[in-house]
Every structure is written in structure tokens, then in C-alpha cells.
Design a protein around this ligand. Structure first.
Ligand SMILES: Nc1ncnc2c1ncn2[C@@H]1O[C@H](COP(=O)(O)OP(=O)(O)OP(=O)(O)O)[C@@H](O)[C@H]1O
Ligand SMILES: [Mg+2]
Length: 203
């Protein structure tokens, strides 16, 4: 069960994992999968609460997303905030490493063209825009692990910055998130629209 969302395929390389395992090398040198999963959750969520209260400033670039990831996973991985150096997939093949920067540039340009979603005050329209955005970022999957958490903070910052909405991802489930992500990978953004509509709060 847990393997489903924890593991990536093609990860049997010595670079990120302990030899002959699927356990990511980590600063705490935890070599038990369940234990690492638990500790990683705890430490990243403690960091999450810090940067929700005091957002990391940035321009919604890849560097901004990297700063978020670095903050969230600083206690766990040496490569926190760094773009992955291996190609990964979860059934879905994510962006090849050599295209991550250029693809994210395209995303950032979309954000700028849409004026950082500052002009959107309709919840349905906001759901549609954010569905596209999170779907695109998810397909890039810039990091070896922790993409979901980093991209949700990025989306929260987009909302905060818009001054019309807040977003509360606790109103959805991990399972719905995965289903919506899978659908968006085949360009069906409807499940993400529905999910985001549930999470968006008008302010
Ligand atoms: N088959 C799939 N196709 C596309 N996206 C997927 C698939 N399975 C999972 N995802 C997405 O990948 C994200 C998980 O990525 P990753 O494990 O790198 O980060 P995470 O921070 O551990 O994520 P989370 O907290 O959301 O589980 C999920 O949030 C989901 O959006
Ligand atoms: Mg994960």
C-alpha cells in the first residue's frame, strides 16, 4: 500500500538510495522504510507550519519552489531544494531531467501572463486555473521526493498572494490527490478542478 505513493520506479541507483534498497539516504541515517516515512512526515510538517505562517518570499519561479522544498526537507535530505538528477516515474513518466528548467520557465511565464491570478475572484475560475497549474507542476516533478508537499505550498502562496482566496488542502485526501494527478497527466483537469474547489476558501 505505502509503496504505491512512496516509491518511484527506476530508483535502484546508488546515488539517492542505500545500496540494494529503495530507502533514500537521509541525514538521520534511518534505514527502515516505515520509520523514515514517519519521521519524514513529522519533520516536514513541522517545517510546513513555519513557512505557512511566514511565507518564503519569491517570484513563483523554479528557484522559489526550490526554496520551499529546501525549507521543508532541510532536516532530512542533503539534496533538499535541489533539482533531481535522475529520471523518475510513477506509472506516469515525469519530465526528463534535462527539460525541468525550461518546462518550469513555461509555467512561470503562464503565471506572469495570468497576472499571478490576482484578478481572479470567482471560485470556479480559480479552481480551473489552479488545476492547470498544479497539474503542470506535478508533471515536472522537479525533486527526487517531496514534490506533492512542495507544490501544495507553492499553490498556497499563489492563493495568499491573490488576496481573494485561501486554500486548505486538509479538505481533500491523499487518494483523491493521486487520482486527480493521474487524470491531469492525460490532460483531464476536471478531478483537480473539483478537488481544488473543495479546498478553496473565499476571503
Ligand atoms: N501516477 C501518478 N501520476 C501523476 N502524479 C502522481 C501519480 N501518483 C502520485 N502523483 C503525484 O505525486 C505526488 C507525490 O509526489 P512525491 O512523493 O514526490 O511528494 P510527496 O510530498 O511525498 O507527496 P504527497 O505528500 O502528496 O504524498 C502526489 O501529490 C501526487 O500529486
Ligand atoms: Mg512521497
Amino acid at each position: 500500500m505505502m509503496d504505491e505513493y512512496y516509491r518511484y520506479e527506476y530508483e535502484d541507483n546508488g546515488q539517492y538510495c542505500y545500496p540494494h534498497t529503495h530507502i533514500l539516504k537521509n541525514k538521520l541515517d534511518i534505514r527502515d522504510k516505515e520509520e523514515l516515512f514517519k519521521v519524514e512526515q513529522e519533520l516536514s510538517s513541522a517545517r510546513y507550519f513555519e513557512i505557512v505562517k511566514r511565507p518564503i518570499p519569491g517570484d513563483f519561479s523554479l528557484q522559489h519552489l526550490q526554496a520551499i522544498h529546501r525549507y521543508l526537507f532541510q532536516d532530512i535530505y542533503d539534496w533538499a531544494g535541489e533539482i533531481r538528477t535522475v529520471d523518475i516515474s510513477k506509472g506516469t513518466i515525469f519530465c526528463l531531467t534535462q527539460f525541468i528548467e525550461i518546462e518550469f520557465k513555461r509555467v512561470q511565464e503562464w503565471i506572469i501572463q495570468n497576472n499571478y491570478l490576482l484578478d481572479v475572484d470567482d471560485k470556479e475560475v480559480m479552481s480551473k486555473r489552479l488545476a492547470y497549474l498544479i497539474g503542470e507542476i506535478n508533471m515536472i516533478h522537479p525533486f527526487r521526493e517531496g514534490n506533492g508537499r512542495a507544490q501544495r505550498v507553492f499553490i498556497e502562496y499563489i492563493c495568499k498572494n491573490s488576496q481573494h482566496f485561501d486554500i486548505d488542502f486538509s479538505k481533500t485526501t491523499k487518494n483523491d490527490m493521486i487520482l486527480a494527478s493521474k487524470e491531469s497527466s492525460v490532460l483531464n483537469y476536471e478531478p483537480f478542478e473539483e478537488l481544488l474547489f473543495k479546498c478553496l476558501v473565499e476571503i
